[in-house]
Design a protein. Structure first.
Lengths: 797, 158
């Protein structure tokens, strides 16, 4: 489906203000009389708080107030967790409202992770507030810590929460355990592999910030915050934490500088700035530091997976089984438990028709930062394990890695496909994507390329990874079965002004994905008017329909259909009104380019603007028609949608140093119909880079006491331009039947297969040495050791 | 301490605490919030400005060190409302997503183009050692520089 505007690579309307430095991010905002807040965080991974003395801090220059948990008692609830893994017994810290608790806003008697908030200082300047932090005396009794999920559920591990025996939040399962066990026991070939999918720090370049304001005249609060989920945040804060009327809290998310999952969660600063703004009668602003962010915003991935793949000697996979220990961190984050269970477990069979599969996840608490979504969450962890195991399987049976994949792909005639783990894939043509990427990367000439590289002292390797990813979160009834305590619909309001401009309000929250541009394209296509007439409003809860936000690759495929639905309702009404005004039958009207005209008598016409004006005047409306052209649609998607693709990576490994260079990266992706191909490509580039970061560079490292050793950008390595090649992208188009746009989710897909593709490439480069697997991040040291160990294991020649 | 400097073509004077970073002076005292703060250790490059003709990270300088200097921030880059060729390149090539790294990127890369009118892809990527982006994967940022280099060449003539 490509039209005049939908499918066009229009330049973004967001860019000029961002390029000129005029775009307003939360930290850029000031209000008259504004005070500054700083948060004291725990220096320990696990400790009892014996006493807190804030007297010295309160007396420091410029300090207006110092608060601890004692000051919030009875005034503020703990933060909530709103995802209870579905269908299994679970244990959570408590919350007075009978939902899971995600930890107190300020620590009461214990700190449980390195970033746990202990106290807040408000002062006239930020520097004064930070200076005062150092004067707060906290008497800690350090407790033993556990930082590994598998260790955390063992007998004798330090216990984090009285309500959670053995630190086990839930043992979640999906698939058929007995069938998988039977098939493995009977198989000709069985491959086992332990995978450490390491903890990642999402690292958006913009740190978090919050600015709270209270107006005593109206009793209304306003929160400006780095949020990707402003409507949701409003509910979580008003209902569960502050106990204030929902309609008295306005949430505004200014420009948000990247999120990748982090900024959808509730953090202590959010209720604190609101509470303190009311207490102090002045606005209160808080801006995080990079280290503060790294110690407190949700971290991602972190699963220890024991995987078994079984199959025939001629390449047919018969079973896939995974036992995973997932580290939820010290508290369940707002939706942490769902990320490491359903999103991962149901996805492990990927694009393959595997008859017997089973996954169990031990979701455990440990003394680390809470776990949350990190671009491609759950799905990336699933794809990594299956793609690595397939490569190992192929080598074990002496069959080509691409051939093994081809042999096991779900064929195009099998859709909708029940993957036996709980997903129903909507549409797909997996062989086409795989075939194309194999061509693009010149897989057939691999041996020649390897020989050529060897002449330069390099070991060349090519790795392939296919994927399919659950996106378009999600149908609300289904999400509730998975355990989400929330609705996951989306809204759009289309208002055609009597002067012809159109305002489109959506509930989603752009944080780099160009919604202002692409949503205008969708609406322009429906209304057949110039996108320049359409303004796209978002990110402010005042006076707009209810909404959700952006996460789980949903904006195009859930908000998009809401826009389309509202547009069609609006046109439907306009058509009826136009027919009445033109004294013609509706069937005799033609609508084109924003104009209704009578078939055969084009001089009898009304523009959309004229109709809107007539509806405003309301002098002569059809019987029963309400004035004005203002339509809202709420859309709950009928099901998830499943974008897919295949990626290939070419690496060169330096034998002497172990250094891995990513030489080429080729990606074929299918996200259904595309609103703006330039924007989609940009999302894929960013996603690929996220995956490269995990496989080659990044890892959140804790010591045994819960100290985060990687807490600034000097010791946590983010991908830089010099680490990367330019990417080669192509697209196939297999629309989804679940919405009239035919569009699938796209924002996360780039991040889902790259770690597997690159890990497979490195192992391919070292295969003849007998290296089977290297855990991420695949650093030069690890490669050097693998080469060294493999050579040492060989008999001397 | 009293300092005076030229910011975006305007002479400014102020009394600042010695410990104030140049980036905080620009953002908080002068209200020029286009320059950003993204990290605490001088890695991310979102604070990049021009100082006396060179791109520098304004988080690694004290405001008092800029006494007497000529500073240009992102707000001062476009002349008479006209976008610089590089800003235009970012727009044409979709080099902007969330926009947070953009001012620093633009200030750093305009400096590259002053040193090297025909930078290779390798040269561009190496120049970007000091600027982090988490959204774009740098792919289109490279294209933006190539676009600008070509445009600037064309305006110079053969």
């Amino acid at each position: 489906m490509a039209g005049k505007y939908f499918g066009a690579a229009l330049k973004r309307r967001e860019d000029p203000r961002m390029l000129r430095g005029e775009a307003q991010f939360t930290a850029d905002l000031t209000l008259p009389g504004m005070l500054h807040m700083a948060i004291l965080r725990s220096p320990h991974g696990h400790a009892r708080i014996k006493a807190i003395d804030t007297n010295a801090a309160a007396a420091m220059p410029g300090v207006v107030r110092v608060v601890t948990a004692a000051d919030l008692d009875g005034k503020m609830n703990p933060m909530p967790c709103v995802w209870i893994p579905g269908g299994v017994v679970s244990h959570f810290p408590s919350h007075p409202m009978g939902i899971p608790g995600a930890g107190p806003v300020l620590a009461t008697d214990r700190v449980r992770f390195i970033g746990d908030a202990v106290a807040a200082v408000v002062a006239r300047t930020r520097a004064q507030a930070e200076d005062a932090l150092e004067a707060i005396r906290v008497d800690y009794e350090v407790l033993p810590a556990v930082v590994n999920a598998e260790e955390a559920v063992k007998k004798g591990a330090p216990q984090l929460h009285d309500e959670v025996p053995g630190n086990l939040n839930a043992l979640w399962t999906c698939g058929n355990r007995e069938a998988a066990d039977r098939a493995i026991a009977a198989a000709e070939v069985v491959i086992t592999q332990t995978v450490h999918n390491q903890r990642m720090i999402n690292s958006p370049i913009e740190p978090r910030a919050a600015l709270g304001h209270y107006d005593p005249a109206t009793g209304g609060y306003t929160l400006w915050a780095t949020s990707q989920n402003h409507h949701n945040h409003r509910l979580l804060l008003a209902l569960y934490i502050l106990k204030i009327p929902f309609n008295k809290l306005r949430l505004i998310a200014p420009e948000v500088g990247g999120s990748f999952g982090t900024k959808g969660y509730v953090y202590p600063d959010m209720p604190l700035v609101l509470f303190l703004a009311k207490e102090l009668g002045q606005p209160v602003k808080w801006v995080d530091t990079r280290t503060g962010l790294m110690r407190s915003t949700v971290q991602g991935r972190d699963q220890i997976q024991y995987v078994t793949l079984a199959g025939t000697r001629d390449g047919k996979i018969t079973a896939l089984r995974c036992t995973s220990y997932a580290n939820l961190g010290a508290y369940p984050s707002t939706i942490g438990p769902g990320v490491c269970t359903a999103m991962m477990g149901r996805s492990i069979t990927s694009v393959y028709d595997i008859e017997n599969a089973f996954c169990e996840v031990y979701a455990a608490f440990a003394n680390t930062v809470p776990l949350g979504a990190n671009r491609g969450s759950g799905r990336a962890e699933a794809i990594f394990l299956v793609e690595r195991l397939i490569d190992r399987y192929a080598r074990a049976i002496g069959m080509d890695r691409v051939e093994v994949r081809r042999k096991n792909l779900i064929t195009p005639d099998k859709f909708p496909f029940d993957n036996r783990m709980g997903w129903l894939y909507d549409s797909g043509h997996y062989a086409a994507a795989l075939g194309r990427v194999v061509e693009m990367v010149d897989y057939a000439n691999l041996e020649a390329r390897k020989a050529e590289a060897r002449q330069r002292g390099k070991r060349l390797g090519v790795g392939i990874a296919c994927y399919v990813a659950v996106c378009g979160v999600g149908p609300s009834p289904r999400m509730s079965k998975e355990g989400m305590l929330g609705g996951t619909w989306e809204s759009a309001n289309v208002r055609v002004h009597p002067t012809g401009e159109v305002s489109l309000t959506v509930g989603s929250k752009p944080h780099g994905q160009a919604h202002e541009t692409t949503f205008a394209q969708i609406l322009a296509e429906e209304l057949e008017i110039d996108p320049g007439l359409i303004e796209v409003l978002h990110s402010d809860t005042k006076g707009v329909p209810f909404g959700q936000g952006s996460y789980g690759s949903r904006s195009l495929s859930v908000a998009g259909p809401a826009i389309q639905a509202a547009a069609r309702k609006a046109l439907d009404k306009a058509r009826k009104a136009a027919a009445h005004l033109l004294q013609a039958a509706e069937e005799d009207l033609v609508y084109q380019g924003g104009v209704f005209s009578v078939r055969g008598a084009p001089q009898r016409s009304k523009t959309l603007q004229e109709v809107s004006l007539a509806l405003w005047y309301a002098w002569d409306l059809p019987q029963g028609m309400e004035p004005c052209l203002d339509v809202t649609s709420y859309v709950d998607p009928p099901d998830f949608n499943f974008p897919f693709g295949a990626h290939a990576a070419v690496v060169e490994v330096d034998e002497k140093t172990g250094q891995v260079e990513l030489v080429r990266y080729v990606a074929v992706n299918d996200v259904g119909n595309v609103a703006n191909p330039m924007v989609i490509d940009g999302q894929i580039h960013g996603g690929i880079t996220h995956g490269v970061g995990q496989v080659l560079l990044e890892a959140a490292v804790y010591d045994g006491d819960g100290h985060l050793l990687t807490d600034n950008l000097r010791n946590y390595a983010l991908p830089r331009a010099s680490h990367l090649p330019s990417f080669e992208l192509e697209r196939t188009v297999t629309p989804t039947p679940h919405n009239a746009l035919g569009a699938k989710g796209a924002g996360e897909v780039g991040a889902i297969p790259p770690a597997a593709a690159i890990a497979n490439a490195v192992c391919d480069a070292l295969a003849d040495l007998g290296v089977e697997h290297i855990d991420m991040p695949i650093t030069a040291e690890k490669v050097w050791r693998a080469i060294h160990d493999a050579q040492a294991a060989r008999p001397a020649s | 301490m009293n300092i005076s400097l030229n910011i975006n073509g305007h002479a400014r004077a102020a009394d600042v605490e010695p410990r104030v970073l140049l980036v905080d002076f620009l953002r908080e005292t002068l209200g020029l919030t286009g320059t950003k703060i993204g990290c605490d250790t001088g890695q991310c490059g979102t604070c990049t400005v021009w100082l006396d003709g060179r791109s520098v990270k304004s988080c690694t300088m004290l405001a008092v060190q800029a006494d007497g200097a000529e500073v240009t921030t992102i707000e001062g880059l476009s002349q008479d409302g006209q976008l610089h060729a590089l800003q235009e390149g970012f727009w044409e090539m979709h080099g902007v997503q969330c926009g947070f790294c953009t001012p620093g990127m633009v200030m750093a890369l305009t400096d590259l183009l002053r040193h090297n009118a025909h930078p290779s892809e390798r040269a561009i990527r190496d120049w970007l050692e000091g600027n982090l982006c988490r959204c774009t994967g740098y792919h289109n940022i490279v294209r933006a520089v190539q676009y600008a280099a070509e445009k600037l060449q064309r305006s110079v003539g053969p």
